[in-house]
Design a protein around this ligand. Structure first.
Ligand code: GLN
Length: 310
């Protein structure tokens, strides 16, 4: 590839800007009001360089792209045995908000679906930390990864809590099976605050570059998570980050990734680069339509697929 990176990223956005397929998420009123045309892209390398194009600095709520980072924090706070004892790492092949648990163990199948992510959130900041400390923990950790102070969008948080019946049902189910012991409303309040942290596509790329660098922050050279935690997080993303299209995603694009209902997408090529995309119109799986296409194109042009060595 001979085009300089910034021009190349702009070319990718221009080529896909006309695609207006999909629909912005409707079930959270604040997200339904999002500008559907926003479109941003950023790449952040493990050497600490960031390239961005389009609306890469527009803030949006992180939503499910928070799940891998909260998982990493829980692994650090509670250790592998406790976290893996509560949440599996098998692909569920189901929608993100499916009301299902593994047979027998009653664990949520993975930390990328809501049942798993609600459980993971309860493990943050040590046993019995309480909702405020858990939310402080994710905010501080996400800010450290993004290398800037992040904030919570209180309007998105209130909006989502107003229509959170399905997540409340999940929390009650988890409590019924003894997977969590937090009050269901508190559990959902903390998890939803986690989903309401405001980020940009550039932030996601930088946060992803820490995972790509096996836990070392490219901006400071400091280790912010153990390498095993980065590896476990990327493995869970590869297995289940794209929900019920995880298999198609991995064969088409070939890198661990995570999507969210506000249109954010995170991709990570281990050892190389973090990718952040923002485009709010979603496909039937709840993944950003143009975000998926951007990643397919980058994977092809830049030879990102982990299963191909040329
Ligand atoms: N906060 C959203 C929810 O729990 C996150 C879902 C998502 O981004 N897929 O429904």
């Amino acid at each position: 590839m001979h085009t300089p990176v910034p021009e190349y990223l702009q070319e990718v956005l221009d080529a896909l800007a006309g695609d207006d397929g999909g629909e912005v998420a409707q079930y959270i009123p604040d997200l339904a009001a999002a500008d559907p045309d926003g479109f941003g892209l950023a790449l952040a390398t493990v050497a600490g360089r960031t390239h961005a194009a389009g609306d890469a600095d527009r803030e949006f709520s992180i939503q499910s792209v928070s799940k891998p980072f909260a998982y990493a924090a829980a692994l650090m706070d509670r250790g592998f045995d406790t976290v893996l004892g509560s949440v599996g790492v098998e692909p569920s092949g189901e929608a993100f908000d499916e009301l299902s648990l593994e047979n027998g163990s009653h664990r949520p199948k993975n930390p990328m679906i809501n049942a798993g992510a609600i459980t993971v959130h309860q493990l943050l900041a040590g046993p019995g930390a309480g909702v405020d400390r858990r939310v402080e923990r994710v905010l501080a950790f996400f800010s450290e990864l993004a290398d800037r102070p992040l904030t919570i969008d209180d309007s998105v948080l209130a909006s989502e809590l107003g229509t959170a019946d399905r997540n409340l049902a999940l929390a009650h189910m988890l409590r019924n099976h003894g997977v969590i012991d937090t009050d269901a409303h508190e559990a959902v309040r903390g998890y939803t605050a986690q989903c309401s942290v405001l980020v940009t596509a550039r932030d996601l790329a930088v946060m992803g570059s820490v995972l790509a660098g096996a836990g070392v922050h490219p901006h400071t050279g400091e280790r912010v998570m153990p390498a095993e935690v980065a590896r476990q997080t990327l493995s869970a993303m590869a297995a289940a980050g794209m929900y019920d299209s995880a298999g198609t995603w991995f064969s088409d694009v070939g890198i661990p990734a995570k999507s969210g209902v506000s249109g954010g997408m995170l991709g990570v090529l281990p050892g190389q680069v973090g990718i952040g995309v923002f485009s709010p119109r979603l496909d039937a799986h709840g993944n950003s339509v143009r975000g998926v296409k951007v990643c397919e194109r980058l994977s092809r042009d830049m030879n990102l697929h982990l299963m191909v060595s040329e």
